[in-house]
Design a protein around this ligand. Structure first.
Ligand code: TYM
Length: 371
């Protein structure tokens, strides 16, 4: 029997059926025709698009219509600071960086530093302040252009945001957010208001420049419900509905649908040392291999459920040919579990070595990104 799954902005559990989610959320699968249309402008396609890691969208054809009429869009995404950054978080952001380079557009990055304070019992606002700064380093390290990237922090930029949030909040009823997010009578009123804060950056450049500017929001699909609610409101205030690109989740080491900080042994942080990565992968990474080497050589492994293979496919092996070879060698039993694990450890550590260097350099650059 199929296991029930759940996808909300605060909780992802079970075996996520993305086909079903597309229907439930009312979004559209990215078609080959749309990929061709994107490629016309970007010349090549990011491997996340080719491999359907970025798999569904809202209103991308409209966004490209506007772009072709010289009505350029800006990018918007975000991070709710509450702890260290893990590899899963990087997935939509690496894709954003590619979009910024290809379309040469502005990127607005929100840090809703009140969000996890409101939704988690054990987090103070003072702690989120530290995480805001730490998380910014990871985003800067990915290489966003300082002159085209703006960080907005909800509590620091409240003067910019609060008025617009109120206008949005006035048009969303409690029954709508209750039905969307499952709030109960004991949910605090900050939680109930929160969607209106996340909705603001999608129109903020339009408000500030006093003209309508299209917006594209790349995100993990867990964040879509906020915008599903807000998209009904924007036109009522005279703004465009933003377009959205959704990515699937990077699984946890143990093979759960979404890597998440809630299980320390199931997550790789961007600040992990090479030996941490090695130990975690060797000890915890769920394997699609057979119980014994002999059996593996005979029957072969299953790359589709192998966590290391998923990490290579979704983030760390850009070369399509190499990835295909790994798929076939692992499936046929020619490549062992030890070998795929070692290769993945090498790939992750090579990435993290560079990332951690840039992350330290980023400490001097934060000011350039603040709104
Ligand atoms: P947050 O801080 O939980 O996560 C930041 C971004 O990372 C994505 N993500 C993942 N993607 C792939 N695999 C994973 N295992 C994984 N874990 C997290 C999330 O989908 C998200 O895109 N409320 C938001 C912050 C926010 C935001 C936004 C996000 C504010 N404005 C606009 C997207 C767009 C949050 O708590 O994300």
């Amino acid at each position: 029997m199929e296991k029930e799954f759940k996808v909300t902005p605060w909780d992802v559990s079970g075996n996520v059926d993305y086909e079903k989610l597309i229907k439930e959320f009312g979004v559209e699968k990215i078609s080959d025709k749309l990929l061709e249309r994107i490629k016309k402008h970007t010349k090549d396609l990011h491997f996340m698009l080719k491999r359907k890691v970025v798999f569904s969208h809202r209103d991308m054809n409209w966004l490209l219509d506007e772009y072709e009429k010289k009505n350029k869009f800006f990018l918007y995404t975000g991070r709710a600071p509450s702890g260290p950054i893990h590899l899963g978080h990087l997935l939509p952001w690496i894709f954003c960086k590619w979009l910024q380079d290809k379309f040469d557009v502005e990127m607005w990055f929100q840090f809703p530093d009140e969000e996890k304070f409101l939704f988690k019992e054990d987090l103070t606002l003072e702690e989120t302040e530290k995480w805001t700064k730490e998380n910014m380093l990871d985003i800067i390290a990915l290489g966003f252009k300082p002159e085209k990237t703006k960080f907005i922090v909800d509590t620091k930029n409240a003067d910019l945001m609060y008025k617009e949030a109120c206008k949005i909040a006035k048009k969303i009823t409690f029954s709508t957010v209750k039905a969307t997010f499952g709030f109960e009578n004991d949910s605090n009123i900050g939680e109930i208001f929160y969607t209106s804060m996340q909705a603001v950056p999608a129109i903020l450049p339009s408000v500030l420049k006093k003209k309508n500017i299209p917006c594209l929001i790349p995100l993990g699909i867990d964040q879509d419900p906020h915008f599903r609610v807000a998209r009904d409101v924007y036109p009522k205030l005279g703004y465009y509905k933003p377009a959205i690109l959704h990515s699937i989740f990077l699984p946890s080491l143990k093979g759960d649908a979404k890597m998440s900080t809630s299980d320390e042994n199931s997550v790789i942080f961007t600040t992990d040392k090479p030996e941490d990565v090695k130990n975690k992968i060797n000890k915890y990474a769920f394997s699609g291999g057979q119980p014994t080497l002999e059996e593996h050589k005979k029957k072969g492994g299953n790359p589709d459920i192998d966590v290391c293979y998923q990490y290579l496919k979704m983030l760390f092996e850009e070369d399509d040919k190499k990835l295909e070879k790994i798929y076939h060698d692992y499936k046929s039993g020619k490549m062992t579990t030890g070998e795929i694990k070692n290769y993945t450890i090498e790939k992750i550590n090579a990435f993290l070595k560079e990332h951690q260097k840039r992350r330290e350099e980023a400490r001097k650059k934060i000011e350039k990104f603040l709104f």
